[in-house]
Ligand binder design. Structure first.
Ligand code: SF4
Length: 98
């Protein structure tokens, strides 16, 4: 890792490292139940990843592990309340990027 880069650039650098070393960028998906409003757009994008529970909150299905990074990213981006967080294998939150 290039130590001369700033912190903001290191986020991008980490993404590149995960993609090339493991072939999979996202290793953890989390739904914040406080933020989830049950809009279900995540389910429309990735029905193998999410389902609504009895409280109309999105939960993660075991099948999420078979879903590619692009679909995971698209599903997270589809959430109107940014309730979906994506993490890399180092445990770093990479989406949303703030
Ligand atoms: S898109 Fe967001 S708010 Fe809607 S069900 Fe999924 S996580 Fe919840």
């Amino acid at each position: 890792m290039d130590a001369s880069r700033s912190d903001s650039n290191n986020i991008t650098l980490n993404k590149e490292t995960i993609t090339t070393s493991s072939g999979r960028q996202f290793t953890r998906v989390v739904v914040d139940r406080e933020l989830c409003i049950g809009a279900a757009s995540c389910i429309a994008v990735a029905p193998d990843v999410y389902e609504l529970d009895n409280d109309a909150k999105a939960i993660i299905k075991p099948e999420w592990l078979t879903v590619d990074d692009e679909t995971l990213k698209a599903s997270a981006e589809s959430c109107p309340t940014l309730a979906i967080f994506l993490y890399n294998k180092d445990g770093k939150k990479v989406y949303p990027e703030n």
